[in-house]
Design a protein. Sequence first.
Length: 381
Amino acid sequence: ISLNIIPVEEFWEREEGPDVVLMLEQIIDQLNIAKDENGSFYVPEFGFCNIPFWSLQEAYQIKVEENVDLRWLGIPIPVDQEIQLAQGWNLLAYTPAYELDASSPDFYLLSPIIENVISAKNGRGEFMLPQFEFSNMPPWRPGQGYQVNASDDVEFVYPPEREEELAFSERFNPEHSLISPLESTGSNMSLLLNDISGNNVQPGDIVSVLSAHNTIVGQGIVDRNFRCGLAVWGDDEFTDRIDGMRDQETFSLVLSSNNDQYEIRLSEVLMGSGLKYRTDVSTVLNVTVQPLLPEGFYMSTAYPNPFNSTTKISYGLPNDAEVSIQIYDITGCLVEKLVSENQTAGHYSIPWNAGTNSTGLYLIRLETEQFSRVTKVILTK
């Protein structure tokens, strides 16, 4: 959170800024912890606070037990006031009383210093990477705080409001309604899938990040440019359960498309740590979508069954194999060879057109060197 006002005198105990304990007294029963950008913190449960004062140029990370409203009285901070950003990560206060566009390729709200911005993100993990002309951030707005990673020390003044800002904020990123946002754990890394290739991917598909415990620790939507930006959430140190990633842990990626799931494989690392989690690191990857490999051999019951002309036979191979699929009648005579070839690992679905065959019961036999299965189908006319 951050302020765009100068609070009234009752919150001040020193000239540099308001007192943190007084500022947060109204939510003391719901507050777990408040932290500044230097790692100093306030924990009401233990009566401890080493944050010297509330800097009006900075934002603060706050963890609460439930949703709360915070209200303060004061006068507006001048919009032309310079803000000092240090090299590295900063928790930046948002001082304007209006919203500003954060979209690519202009990055209007940070345009005065965009050459010095490595990345920026909000509390929900949405982020911008100017080097890759990417942003999935909605407009910045009053009350929120933002993390900005600067390449150098720099002075910054927010730009003026633009007329189209309101219209933009109303139409921004409608795809977000397709997925439920994951709960913030207080730490994350920014992951950009810069190029998603493969025959099975299309805009609107969902990318999920899975931990080694098979927990979803990040989700995002493939955009119309076949890119996807998402936050990979770290573990919350204030809970007993494992609810996120720990530094240097590896994760995997899965694509969900039309109720089917596909494996996402790493093709190229353009920036960052590949498929390893590191807090506050920005990672950019090129990836390829491939069908998820089955855990073992299988052949499903043909569908439809009974059928009157054509049925489909679905099966899976966990590894490359020489595959034979043959159709037999009830007397054991061979009717047709559907497959006789070496196939790569994956899921398969093939049709059997039995339009010229007589009605009755047939046997479908799938055979590899490691697996054999027979299923029955009934042809009706």
